[in-house]
Design a protein around this ligand. Structure first.
Ligand code: ADP
Length: 434
């Protein structure tokens, strides 16, 4: 099959979060399974300067609105990606293809221009709300189906126009039919259920592999876990940390409301008060969040609390390997990759039971979970993890074995996408704008 992905991110060369990992992992697996894959991205200046070498075709479409140092974070992000989508649709229109796979609001608009599209919803909290004039300027005919209580949004246009819609876990596919998780789009999603599928993300197990990871001081796998503990000692030393009590706890995340930064702060405090050690790798563009975490850091000894508050790919790999417990107290989590990476590195996840976290972490088997998104529930589960560590080493080791041997590779997920793609081949017509 000839499959074209159009996205804002691609890991690791243009990555902000999990979206980049998913586009890279799925494209790579589709190539492995013998398909012809093209990924289209905006021509970010750093990619033009240093084009990555990839197992699939990468097309970079130049546009003046992308001559900037960052991927997102500009006031005109919605205009930038709407114009990119229109440009990408024109580029694709002259080609033959079986399927166009769109990702999130950034590229959802393409579904209004071309047939045989699948739109993956990675996170409904970001809709690309826009002025209707922008849509008209780009040739979209406005009608009542495109307007909701949020006004107009690129994501709504994509959901209405896409041939099929997927989201990144079965539980999130159910959650988004409620207003708590689907927001103003929940009624449209309920009406679109006939074309909605929940497909769990996979993990690129070649890239995230403790046996070959070039960032780790000592390689290891499920049968040679001593390498994990040697790596742990090296990394503790590199970060100037000591670890005397309990599991070595960590969090690796964007520090936004979704990810429960208040619960992470409370978990840091409890871990330190218990005599434990915590490593936080959190990215934030918000000065207040940054100041709150730096103030917390001031209250504890520097040899038991490490904080890096920006994106650092190398450090992420080291922390996944060094930690014993990774906390992910998300208020909602469409799929979540950090729990999958943690398990691959023999680190038990402690998660809130929501979305893809609920689909991948089974309490007592491969991690710890709590239900209510509040500090009390989070901290009592953290206490349970400390108690298991202290009193039930064999249970911890058994859970670690389950985590290390689970199969969250892309193979199974890619198979599910291919089933949806095959269905698209029968759609030959569609209401096309141009
Ligand atoms: P989201 O896409 O919502 O941010 P996911 O769990 O799906 O969350 O994916 C997060 C990805 O981003 C993982 O690969 C994780 O390792 C990475 N990541 C998050 N924060 C950082 C950071 N500060 N530095 C390096 N990698 C990070």
């Amino acid at each position: 099959m000839r499959i074209i992905h159009v996205a804002a991110e691609l890991a690791p060369c243009a990555k902000v979060g999990g979206l980049g990992d998913v586009v890279q992992g799925l494209a790579h697996e589709l190539v492995r399974q013998g398909h012809d894959v093209e990924v289209i991205l905006p021509a970010y200046p750093h990619l033009i300067d240093k084009p990555p070498s990839l197992p699939f075709t990468l097309t970079l479409l130049p546009h003046p609105l992308f001559q900037r140092p960052h991927i997102y974070g500009y006031d005109d992000d919605v205009q930038r990606f709407a114009h990119f989508s229109s440009l990408a649709a024109k580029h694709i229109a002259s080609q033959s293809y079986d399927v166009i796979h769109l990702h999130d609001w950034h590229t959802a608009l393409i579904a209004a221009y071309l047939p045989r599209t699948i739109l993956t919803l990675h996170n409904l909290a970001y809709m690309g709300t826009c002025d209707p004039l922008l849509l008209q300027e780009l040739g979209i005919t406005l009608d009542s189906t495109l307007q909701g209580s949020e006004g107009y949004s690129l994501l709504r246009v994509g959901i209405v126009k896409a041939t099929q819609i997927t989201t990144v876990s079965p539980t999130y596919a159910c959650e988004i039919l409620t207003s708590d998780y689907g927001y103003s789009l929940c009624e449209l999603l309920q009406r679109s259920q006939y074309k909605l599928h929940g497909i769990l993300n996979g993990l690129d197990t070649d890239y995230w592999n403790p046996a070959t990871d070039p960032y780790l001081p000592v390689p290891y796998d499920a049968t040679h876990l001593d390498g994990k503990y040697q790596s742990q000692r090296h990394i503790l030393q590199e970060l100037g940390l000591i670890h005397e009590k309990g599991p070595l706890v960590a969090a690796i995340t964007r520090l936004v409301w979704q990810k429960g930064p208040d619960l992470i702060a409370a978990a840091i405090e409890k871990t330190l008060l218990e005599g434990g050690t915590f490593m936080l790798l959190g990215s934030t563009a918000d000065a207040v969040t940054e100041a709150t975490f730096y103030a917390l850091r001031e209250r504890f000894p520097t040899n038991r609390l490490h904080m890096t508050l920006h994106f650092d790919e190398a450090l992420a790999h080291k922390i996944y390997a060094a930690a014993d417990l990774l906390i992910i107290p998300s208020r909602f989590e469409p799929c979540g990759l950090t729990q999958l990476i943690a398990m691959r590195y023999g680190t038990l996840p402690l998660v809130r039971h929501t979305g893809g976290l609920a689909d991948t972490v089974q309490p007592g088997t491969n991690g710890f979970t709590f239900e209510a998104p509040d500090i009390h529930a989070c901290l009592s589960t953290l206490q349970e993890a400390f108690t298991t560590w202290d009193q039930a080493t064999t249970i911890w080791k058994e859970m670690q074995r389950h985590a290390l041997t689970a199969d969250y590779s892309w193979q199974r997920s890619a198979h599910a996408y291919l089933t949806v793609y095959s269905g698209l081949k029968t759609y030959l017509t569609h209401d096309i704008v141009h």
